[in-house]
Design a protein. Structure first.
Length: 507
RNA sequence: GCCGCGGUAGUAUAGCCAGGCCCAGUAUGCGGGCCUUUCGAGCCCGUGACCCGGGUUCAAAUCCCGGCCGCGGCACCA
């Protein structure tokens, strides 16, 4: 059968299916990448491994990945860990970031760590000194002050030979932290003072601040703008997608490209991404974690906006991708509302999450009447998969306190009953009866085998803890399983065991 | 203060570069209905926006100017 024939048949037999497929394709579309040629695109995601990545960091990562896939291009993962002093890399973050990216289905073809490439930066620095595009500023604090006034440190005028000599001294450790600095010559009177002869390599006292990967081996460290320009060129990056906060940096980096005669990649700056009600900032999360260690469950606490947090909470990677792609590469900031995110997640989760009955305010009732075999499907779309409970006279059943006021209701999948004191009295078995009388269908839990559960409900910076009792079928699920507690919402199994711990995902 | 970037319904986004097809599309939310052994999903109907003021033009969400608001950067963070 040809593709067309299959489509025609599908259209005839299951018109809904094709419709759904079409819709999905539409959603996934991203705008074309400027200047992109199929097979000739190289992108990179360059996180600082000083902490776990969050939703905002995921934006460029996913966009790059998406474009790399669309244009059959190359994707590079580059760890930018060149500041052992103020942004000390976290050793565990390298792996955590890799794991998060894999979970997000971001594929990379090459991987680099900047702290292993210092010699490369030194080489380019020497070349730029040779070409007269850079100089060593030994004026210390005064150098900065001069530039602020549109002047500059006199060493700017010295010849290349002297500059190279000084640079070697820097590398060998002849200068202390702050005593010498390699600057890129731009324009000392540039209207934006931060662009005036910007700093490219500086000295860090690694005896005091050792780097977690290379220890105290290197004395001279490149700054962002320098290492990034060098790497983007050497790695053949054609398109740089990064946050808008880098706009000025782009202008600075152009000086390196110009001096070295390199081709300039396409720069795209995206706005900031916020997640309504969540903390995304790495530094804020670090602060909270160090100040209130006891109150949080770690970097992946479900109240944070880190990728690990969202995963733990039960947000699916497909949801994150969908939301980020729908925001696209706009320059304006975007605030993702939790309602929208959970709505997108719910659509995907609904198909995967089995339904489990649990009651939050359990009240034990005694069943009165003939024996009933209850058959409850794990998922309404797959009625054949089900578990069975038999209830007979004298059996104890837990129902939610709040449902008792209904007087008469249907125990889901079992029978229609009436409340009489602490007894549930059998009325009839037929569903039709319940439908006719518009009885509320409620979830219930047989006391025998019931599982105690603790449900964590994240709300802003609060983490409420609810207790509920679930039917024994819950025991069939291990950590990580997505579930829906009927009439309560979606949850993810956090811990299995004698008692269960669940994290509330969303309604 | 200086430099730069943005502003479409509650939220997000399409359209803006190449002005008319936009009394502005889509998703979500909200209101109503249908369906359904969940207050879940699905389906149908409705609700709701071009920051303000000028200008250019036969015609402006779209181009120009001014204002207002928001955001980013500010220099040995990335």
């Amino acid at each position: 059968m040809s593709l067309e024939e299959q489509r025609a048949l599908l259209q005839q037999e299951f018109p809904g299916l094709l419709e759904e497929e079409r819709k999905k394709e539409e959603r996934k579309t991203v705008q074309p990448l400027p200047g992109a040629v199929e097979g000739k695109v190289t992108l990179r995601f360059a996180p600082n491994p000083d902490f776990y990545i969050h939703l905002g960091n995921a934006r460029p990562a996913i966009l790059c990945d998406e474009y790399a896939k669309i244009y059959k291009g190359k994707m590079i993962l580059r760890f930018e860990d060149t500041d052992p002093r103020t942004k000390t890399p976290l050793k565990e973050a390298y792996d955590a970031i890799r794991e998060d990216l894999r979970w997000l289905d971001v594929k990379w073809h090459e991987e680099y760590v900047q702290s292993a490439r210092l010699e490369i930066y030194y080489d380019v620095a020497r070349e730029m000194l040779k070409r007269g595009c850079a100089y060593i500023d030994t004026c210390k604090e005064e150098g900065k002050r001069l530039l602020l006034q549109g002047k500059h440190c006199p060493t700017r005028e010295r010849e290349a030979e002297w500059q190279l000599e000084q640079f070697d001294k820097m590398v060998e450790g002849a200068f202390k932290e702050g005593e010498a600095l390699l600057r890129i010559k731009t324009d000392p009177t540039h209207p934006n003072p931060s662009i005036r002869d910007w700093a490219a390599l500086r000295i860090i006292n690694v005896e005091k601040y050792p780097h977690p990967l290379v220890g105290s081996k290197y004395w001279v460290w490149p700054l962002y703008n320098f290492s990034v320009s060098v790497d983007d060129h050497l790695m053949g990056v054609t398109h740089v997608i990064r946050g808008r906060e880098h706009e000025v940096n782009t202008e600075k980096q152009l000086y390196v490209y110009k001096c070295m005669g390199w081709d300039v990649p396409v720069f795209i700056h995206t706005g900031r991404l916020k997640l309504e009600g969540f903390i995304l900032s790495k530094s804020k999360i670090r602060e909270l974690l160090s100040k209130h260690k006891e109150e949080f469950l770690g970097p992946d606490d479900p109240r944070f906006g880190t990728i690990a947090s969202l995963r733990r909470r039960g947000i699916l990677p497909e949801t994150i991708r969908e939301v980020i792609l729908s925001v696209g590469i706009k320059e304006s900031d975007a605030t993702i509302s939790w309602v929208n995110l959970s709505s997108a997640n719910r659509v995907l989760l609904d198909r995967r999450a089995d339904r489990i009955m649990a009651v939050a305010e359990p009240r034990e009732m005694v069943y009165e009447g003939e024996c009933v075999d209850a058959e409850i499907p794990y998922h309404p779309d797959v009625p054949a998969r089900k578990r069975k409970y038999r209830i007979c006279r004298g059996d104890r059943i837990l129902v939610d306190e709040r449902d008792l006021g209904l007087g008469e209701f249907r125990l889901m999948g079992a029978a229609n009953v009436k409340v009489e004191g602490d007894r549930l009295v059998f009325v009839s078995r037929e569903l039709e009866h319940a439908l006719r009388r518009k009885l509320q269908v409620i979830q219930w839990v047989p006391s025998e085998g019931a599982v105690r559960t603790k449900i964590y409900v994240p709300q802003g910076l609060e983490l409420r803890r609810l207790h509920a009792v679930a039917e024994r079928a819950l025991r069939e699920y291990g950590p990580g399983s997505p579930l829906q507690l009927i009439r309560f919402g979606f949850v993810r199994v956090e811990r299995a065991g004698e008692a269960y711990e669940l994290i509330f995902t969303h309604e």
